[in-house]
Design a protein around this ligand. Sequence first.
Ligand SMILES: Nc1ncnc2c1ncn2[C@@H]1O[C@H](COP(=O)(O)OP(=O)(O)OP(=O)(O)O)[C@@H](O)[C@H]1O
Length: 495
Amino acid sequence: MAKVNTSLNDERTIELVQRKGLLAGRYKWQILRLALARSLKMTTPPGEHYDFGTSDGKEYSLEQVCGEGKPDDENFTDLYRLLISNYHQQDLFADEEMFIRLLQRHIRRGLDEFRTSWRESHDFHEYLYQSLFSNLNTAKQQDRNAAPLPLLEMLEEIGVRGHIKETIDGSRLTRFMLHLPDANDLSKLKRNLDTLAFSLGLQEQGIFTHETNQPKVIGLDVPRPASSWHSQGFHEQSRWIEQGKSTTFLLPVYPGVDVLGKPYSFDLAKAPHLLVAGTTGSGKSVLLHALIASLVQSCTPAQLQIYLIDPKRVEFTAYKQLAHLAPEGLVTDAPAALKLLKELAGEMERREQVLADAGVRDLEEGLTKQVIQLPFIVVFVEELSALLMESQDTETYLVRLAQKARATGIHLVLATQRPDADTFSGLLRSNVPSRIALTVRTAAESRIILDETGAEKLTGRGDMLIRLVGGNVLRLHGVNINADDIAQLVKMTRK
Ligand SMILES: Nc1ncnc2c1ncn2[C@@H]1O[C@H](COP(=O)(O)OP(=O)(O)OP(=O)(O)O)[C@@H](O)[C@H]1O
């Protein structure tokens, strides 16, 4: 008889939800059904990659999943068949095999969603309530976002006439491709985006415009309620890394997906230093984990050494056993951080001599010509402002490293909640040219980071604007890496 198969990761999620979410004593089939409900709330169909469980996963019968063969009041098979038929606009009463396959895809996608968007430290019931029901009382707003007609009415209110050529669902936003017969309406539209957002009940989350190459067509990116977001997690990130192995990037990082859900990557070695800024809860720590996870999965410990500076002492402790962590590479107080930065400045000078002796310009050339064998070094700083408050010298060494360390293969990733002049002085600013802004408090903070406004209107939780050295600003939605993923990552590197 046909079964629903899971993977080991799915099983871990089920156990975690049992133990920490529902606080023990619940049955696995209950969690499978909750996962099904979660997936059916999402607007795009689950992918085919959920078709294959793994040999270390489990098999569940239709009796367990749907109550097949039980008395009528406990048997939901036909109800689930109806719901899934409706979702996929396909008659699954006539195709049993397809029903089981889609049932499995939804259940496994729902489990993935739990894994990537719920944190053990958060109340699972509240999370579930929010993700299953929160848009019931904002249903009107969601309909408005989904249906072009009311959007057009709102546009007319601000004096803009147009029609929607196409609607594309991204992972958190819907992009409306708006055709404007009168090109003069474009400036009116851009001036009135806040009014439009207000009319659509979007509160502080903004509507962004997106230039297109079609004549008189502009993209309008409108945020959807969080319950309809599609999250990306460690699992997806690992797949992108595997698929991207042929790139020439020296230090590939995969922070997330673009507005339309396409994975985005860049070479940290070319950045060559990165500032990450955002208010508390905007997703800075999760983003740093995503960057670390990318590097660790792409490079061996012989190719890359990582230093982690965390004056808050909380974020990086899980990496203690990471194979890529440099000896004494985890630093949790400001004096030790200063000592480390001094040592790294010394290492930079030593490397400069090694490069000069080998007759090469930089580490990349030395590695290509196989005349040097040194690992890249990436230094992550979790809260830059806490560090800078301790000593004036900290900034001096950071600036020195930012100015000169690139050629020697030493790169900095600096995170801060406070992107103001005290934290991000002119000298640091000009030497840390690549920036990521998560949600910030004010337009002025957005300007300090990106030289333009916008980050004050993001949707939070890993929504970000990125500007790499010399490039344009691009919007990304971050990969969600949780504590379990980090534990798995660390274990993988120790093998
Ligand atoms: N990419 C993401 N996808 C979904 N949820 C996310 C993502 N990034 C962060 N979150 C959610 O947002 C919450 C806050 O994230 P995080 O702890 O990284 O914020 P932070 O900016 O580091 O905050 P603080 O400065 O207070 O430490 C997390 O608990 C997580 O649930």
